[in-house]
Ligand binder design. Structure first.
Ligand code: ARG
Ligand code: ZN
Length: 894
C-alpha cells in the first residue's frame, strides 16, 4: 500500500510515452492466493517522441521475471510504481511474470475475489495491479488473453472479445483463450472466472449481423436478468437509430458481481456490473431500480463508441467519455419513457414523461454537483490537477459534463449535433483524444460555429449565478429583460470569465398563457419558447408586441447548469406553479416556494407554514389532469442536502425540525386530498415496469409519507395494509418507508417482517439498512439513529468489505441524514472518523467517498465546525492514511 501522500499530477505536464505497445499476450494461472500472470508485450518506439526508456507501471506486484527480447534487461530503474527500461531498436518484446494475491486484494481494484470467483476492475489505474504495463489510456494495444483455472470452482472463463479456443488441462483445470480484435487501453481489460450462468439472446444489428448477448449471473439470479437484457437490446436499437452506431463485436457480455466499487464498467465486450444495476424482479426491485438498470446498462453499452472506440488521451479528459455518455444515456431514457408514455397518453403524455426525466436529472445535479462546485474539491469538468484520479469520478465530470454536452446540443440542434458526432468518429475512431478534439469536430461540422468561447465551460469551476430583472413599458407594449452572470471564485481559481449560457425563455401573460415572442427589430412573433444566448456579463433583451406585463419563465427545461436568482414574490411563484407551460419550471417554482417556506421555518421555529403555500400545493395535488409522476415530483420537498447548502451557517437540526413541521402541516392540512390519491392510485393487480404505473405508485407512496408524517391514523392504517398486501417492491418498500418515517409503533414490527422475508437477499437488505440509517426521529422518545447504525454494523449481513453495504448503511447516514448525523454532542463525527479509518485500511476508494461526506463542513455552524475539525485531523493523521483519503481531507482542511 502507498503510504506517503501522493504528489499532484498536472494536465499541463502531459507528454506522450517514448514507447507504446502494439500487441499484448496475457496468460493467467488463476489461484485465490497466488495467481501467476505472464505478460508478453510487443513494445514499439513512438515516432513522435525523441528517445527515452520504456515506461511501465506496477503496484502491489511480486515480480518473478522480466526479460527484453529474451534477455535480462541491460539497464532498469525503479522508482515507486514506475519501472524504466532502456531498450535499443524500434521493436522489442518485453516479458514480465508477476505473482498476485487476489484474496488479499480488498481494494476491489485490479484482480480480486468475490463469492468464490475472480473479477477485475481496471479503470482508472487497476491494470498496473495485475501486471507491469504502460498503464495509460493513450496506449492502445491488441490483447490476447489465456485464462487457466480450476474447472469445478470456475467453470466460466471470460475475457474481452471473441473466444477462440478452450479445453481441458491436467489436475481438474481448464483454459480458455480470448482475442479482442480492437486495440484498447489497458483500463478496458477485464477477466471473469467464476461459477455463473447466462441468460442469452441473439439479435441482428442494423447491418444484419447476428450477435450473441449474454447476461452472466449466479445461478439463483437467473430469474432477475430479463430487464437488463431488454435494456441492452433497447440501447442497441437506440444507438443505431439515433447515431447510426452499431455493435462491433460478435458477442457482448454483461457480468453481475456483488462486490464492486461503483456502478458498472464498460470493459470492451465484457461489461462488469454491480449486481444492483443488473438484477430485478417485481418482488425485489423498485421502479427506481428498474429505471436505473435501464440507464446504467445503456450507459455502459454506449461507451463502446464514446469511450472505447474513441477513448481519452489522459485522465484529465475523463469528461470526454463520461459527460458525453451520461448525456447519451439521459437522452435514451427520456426517449424510452416518452415512447411508452405516448402509447398510453399520446403526445402530451410523452412530453410529460420527458419532463419528469429531466426533473430527475436536475435534482441529481442540484443535490450532488452544486455542493461539489461550492466546496473544497470544486474542479472544472476537465480538471487541471489531481492527486488521486479515482477521486475525480465526480458529479462534476459526469453530470455537469453531461450538461455541457446538452448545451452544445441546444446550441447546434439535433441535426448539427449528429453531424458533429459523425465527424468526430470519422476523424478519431481508434484514437485516444482530448475534449478539444471533440469540440473542434462539433464546430467544423456546423460551418465553423465558433465554440472557442464555449470552451470556458471545460476550464472553469463553480456554478454560475444568473440574475434576471425585467422592466415593463405599458405604452410601448415592451418588456425589457436584463440578464447578468457571475461565477464565484473556487479554490485555485479566483477570477472567472463570462460563459456562453443558453437561456430558454417564455413569457407568460396574466391569463396564464404563453405569449409568442418577438425581439425588437424582428418582423414577426414566433415560438413561445426560445433560446437566448447570454455571452456577456450583462445583456439586455427587448420583447415587443405584448398586450400586458408578462411573467418571465427562464431557463426552461433547465437549459444551463446555473443557479438562477430570481426576485419573485410568493404570489408570482404560486402563479408559475399553476400556469408555467414548461413542466420543469413549474416544478422549479414549487421547489423555490417550498425552499422559502422551509428556510423561514428553520430561521423561526415558532413560525407556521405560509397558508399561500399550502393552497398552491393543494391546487397542484388536486389537478387530476397532471401526470401523477409529475405531481409526485412537484409535491416532494427539496432535498435536505440541497437545502442545507442554501442556508448560511447551515444548521442541520433547525432544518430537520423545519422539514418535519412542513411535512406534518402539509400532511394534516391536505389529509383529505392525500387519502383521495390513495383511493384513486390503488395498486395495479399485476406489476409491470411502466412509467404510467410507476408515476401512480410514486404519488401514492408520497401520499403515505405525508400522512404518516402527520400521524394520520387512516394513512398509517393504509400504509400497513399496503405493506402487508403488496405484490411488488415499489409498493412494499414505499409503505415500509412511510411507516419507518413516522412515530407509529408499527415501524419496528414492519422492519422485522421485511427482514424476515428477505433475510437472504443481499440487494433487498441494502434497502433495509439504508432505510434505518436514513430514519428521522419522528418519535421524540426514540433512541438516536446513530445507536441503530452502530448496532447494524454487527448485523451478520453487514460487511465493511462490501461497498453496497457501506453505501447503504454509512453512506446513507452520513450523506442523507444530516439531522441525525450532526448531533450536537459530536457523536456522529467521531463515529465518522472511526469508520473512515477502518474502511481506508481495506478499500481507499470507498473510504475516500465516505470521507467526502464532510467536505462542506465549513458551511455548517461554528459549533459543528469545532466538533468536526479534530475528526478531520484525526483521519488525516491516522497511520497508513491512503492518498485517496488524504487528498479529500487535505483539501477540506486547506
Ligand atoms: N467508467 C465507469 C463508468 O462510468 C466508471 C469507472 C469508475 N472507476 C473508478 N475508479 N471510480 O461507467
Ligand atoms: Zn461511464
Amino acid at each position: 500500500m502507498k503510504t506517503e501522500h501522493a504528489p499532484t499530477i498536472r494536465r499541463a505536464d502531459y507528454r506522450p510515452l517514448p514507447w507504446t505497445v502494439e500487441t499484448v499476450d496475457l496468460h493467467f494461472s488463476l489461484d485465490a492466493e497466488a495467481t501467476v500472470v505472464t505478460n508478453r508485450m510487443l513494445c514499439v518506439r513512438n515516432p513522435d517522441v525523441e528517445g527515452g526508456p520504456i515506461r511501465l507501471w506496477g503496484e502491489a506486484l511480486e515480480r518473478l521475471a522480466l526479460t527484453v527480447d529474451g534477455q535480462p534487461p541491460a539497464s532498469l530503474r525503479e522508482d515507486g510504481t514506475l519501472l524504466e527500461i532502456d531498450a535499443r531498436g524500434e521493436r522489442v518484446v518485453v516479458e514480465v511474470r508477476t505473482r498476485i494475491n487476489p484474496r488479499a486484494n480488498t481494494t476491489l481494484s485490479g484482480l480480486y475475489r468475490s463469492n468464490g470467483g475472480f473479477f477485475t476492475q481496471c479503470e482508472a489505474e487497476g491494470f498496473r495491479r495485475i501486471t507491469c504495463f504502460p498503464d495509460r489510456p493513450d496506449v492502445m494495444a491488441r490483447f490476447t488473453v489465456t485464462l487457466e483455472a480450476d474447472r469445478a470452482a470456475c467453470p466460466v472463463l471470460l475475457s474481452n472479445g471473441n473466444l477462440v479456443e478452450q479445453g481441458e488441462l491436467p489436475g481438474g483445470r481448464h483454459y480458455a483463450k480470448w482475442e479482442d480484435p480492437f486495440p484498447k487501453p489497458s483500463y478496458l481489460f477485464a477477466l471473469v472466472a467464476a461459477r455463473l450462468v447466462a441468460l442469452e439472446r441473439r439479435v441482428r444489428t442494423m447491418s444484419g449481423r447476428e450477435v450473441l448477448l449474454q447476461v452472466w449471473v449466479e445461478e439463483g439470479n437467473l430469474d432477475r436478468c430479463a430487464h437488463a437484457m431488454d435494456s441492452l437490446v433497447h440501447a442497441m436499437r437506440w444507438d443505431e437509430e439515433t447515431f447510426g452506431l452499431e455493435l462491433d463485436l460478435d458477442r457482448f457480455m454483461i457480468v453481475a458481481v456483488a462486490d464492486f466499487n461503483m456502478g458498472a464498467m464498460e470493459n470492451k465486450g465484457l461489461n462488469i456490473f454491480n449486481t444492483k444495476f443488473v438484477l430485478a424482479k417485481p418482488d425485489t426491485a423498485t421502479d427506481l431500480d428498474y429505471e436505473n438498470i435501464e440507464s446504467v446498462v445503456a450507459h455502459e453499452y454506449f461507451h463502446n463508441w464514446t469511450g472505447n472506440r474513441v477513448t481519452c488521451r489522459d485522465w484529465f479528459q475523463l469528461t470526454l467519455k463520461e459527460g458525453l455518455t451520461v448525456f447519451r444515456d439521459q437522452q435514451f431514457s427520456a426517449d424510452m419513457l416518452a415512447r411508452v408514455a405516448s402509447e398510453a397518453a399520446g403526445p402530451e403524455g410523452a412530453a410529460s414523461a420527458r419532463a419528469v426525466k429531466r426533473i430527475d436529472d436536475v435534482r441529481v445535479l442540484r443535490a450532488a454537483q452544486f455542493p461539489e462546485d461550492a466546496g473544497p474539491m470544486a474542479h472544472p469538468i476537465r480538471p487541471d490537477r489531481y492527486q488521486e484520479i479515482n477521486n475525480f469520478y465526480t458529479a462534476t465530470v459526469y453530470e455537469k459534463g453531461a450538461e455541457v454536452i446538452r448545451m452544445l446540443h441546444t446550441l447546434l440542434g439535433q441535426e448539427g449535433f449528429r453531424n458533429g458526432m459523425d465527424l468526430y468518429f470519422s476523424y478519431h475512431d481508434g484514437q485516444a483524444v482530448t475534449c478539444d478534439d471533440f469540440v473542434e469536430a462539433m464546430s467544423e461540422a456546423n460551418n465553423g460555429f465558433d465554440l472557442d468561447p464555449f470552451m470556458r465551460w471545460y476550464g472553469q469551476a463553480g456554478t454560475p449565478r444568473v440574475k434576471a430583472s425585467g422592466a415593463w413599458d405599458a405604452a410601448a407594449g415592451r418588456y425589457t429583460l436584463t440578464l447578468t452572470q457571475d461565477t464565484p471564485p473556487t479554490p485555485g481559481q479566483a477570477l472567472k470569465l463570462p460563459l456562453v449560457i443558453p437561456v430558454a425563455l417564455g413569457l407568460i401573460g396574466p391569463d396564464g398563457r404563453d405569449r409568442p415572442l418577438r425581439l425588437e427589430g424582428e418582423g414577426q412573433a414566433g415560438a413561445t419558447t426560445r433560446v437566448l444566448r447570454l455571452t456577456e456579463a450583462e445583456q439586455t433583451f427587448r420583447f415587443v408586441g405584448l398586450d400586458a406585463e408578462p411573467v418571465p419563465s427562464l431557463l426552461r427545461g433547465f437549459s444551463a447548469p446555473v443557479i438562477l436568482e430570481l426576485d419573485e414574490d410568493d404570489a408570482r411563484l404560486a402563479f408559475r406553479m399553476a400556469h408555467d407551460a414548461d413542466p420543469c419550471n413549474r416544478w422549479d417554482a414549487a421547489q423555490r416556494y417550498a425552499e422559502r417556506v422551509v428556510l423561514a421555518l428553520a430561521a423561526d421555529p415558532a413560525g407556521e407554514v405560509a397558508p399561500g403555500f399550502v393552497e398552491a400545493f393543494c391546487i397542484l395535488l388536486g389537478d387530476d389532469r397532471l401526470d401523477p409522476a409529475f405531481r409526485a415530483q412537484a409535491l416532494a420537498l427539496p432535498g435536505e442536502g440541497y437545502l442545507l447548502e442554501r442556508m448560511s451557517a447551515a444548521d442541520p437540526a433547525a432544518l430537520r425540525s423545519a422539514l418535519m413541521k412542513a411535512m406534518r402541516t402539509l400532511g394534516r392540512a391536505l389529509a383529505a386530498s392525500w387519502l383521495a390519491v390513495l383511493e384513486t392510485m390503488a395498486p395495479a393487480p399485476v406489476y409491470r415496469y411502466h412509467p404510467g404505473d410507476a408515476g401512480r405508485r410514486a404519488l401514492a407512496n408520497l401520499a403515505l409519507r405525508y400522512l404518516a408524517a402527520a400521524g394520520d391514523e387512516r394513512g398509517l392504517a393504509c400504509a400497513q395494509v399496503r405493506f402487508e398486501g403488496a405484490t411488488n417492491m415499489s409498493e412494499r418498500f414505499g409503505a415500509l418507508a412511510a411507516l419507518v418515517q413516522s412515530a407509529s409503533p408499527a415501524r419496528g414490527t414492519a422492519l422485522a417482517a421485511f427482514h424476515a422475508r428477505y433475510r437472504d437477499d443481499a440487494l433487498v437488505l441494502d434497502k433495509w439498512f439504508a432505510l434505518q440509517a436514513g430514519a428521522w426521529r419522528w418519535d421524540a422518545t426514540a433512541a438516536p439513529t446513530l445507536e441503530r447504525v452502530r448496532s447494524l454494523l454487527d448485523d451478520p449481513a453487514f460487511s465493511l468489505a462490501n461497498p453496497n453495504k457501506v453505501y447503504a448503511l454509512l453512506g446513507t447516514f452520513f450523506r442523507a441524514n444530516p439531522g441525525e448525523f450532526h448531533a450536537a454532542d459530536g457523536s456522529g463525527h467521531a463515529f465518522w472518523a472511526e469508520q473512515v479509518i477502518a474502511l481506508d485500511a481495506k478499500n481507499p476508494q470507498v473510504a475516500a467517498r465516505m470521507a467526502r461526506t464532510l467536505e462542506n463542513w465549513r458551511h455548517l455552524t461554528a459549533a459543528l465546525q469545532a466538533s468536526i475539525r479534530p475528526q478531520l485531523e484525526r483521519v488525516l493523521a491516522s497511520e497508513g492514511c491512503s492518498p485517496d483519503v488524504a487528498e479529500v481531507i487535505g483539501k477540506a482542511l486547506e
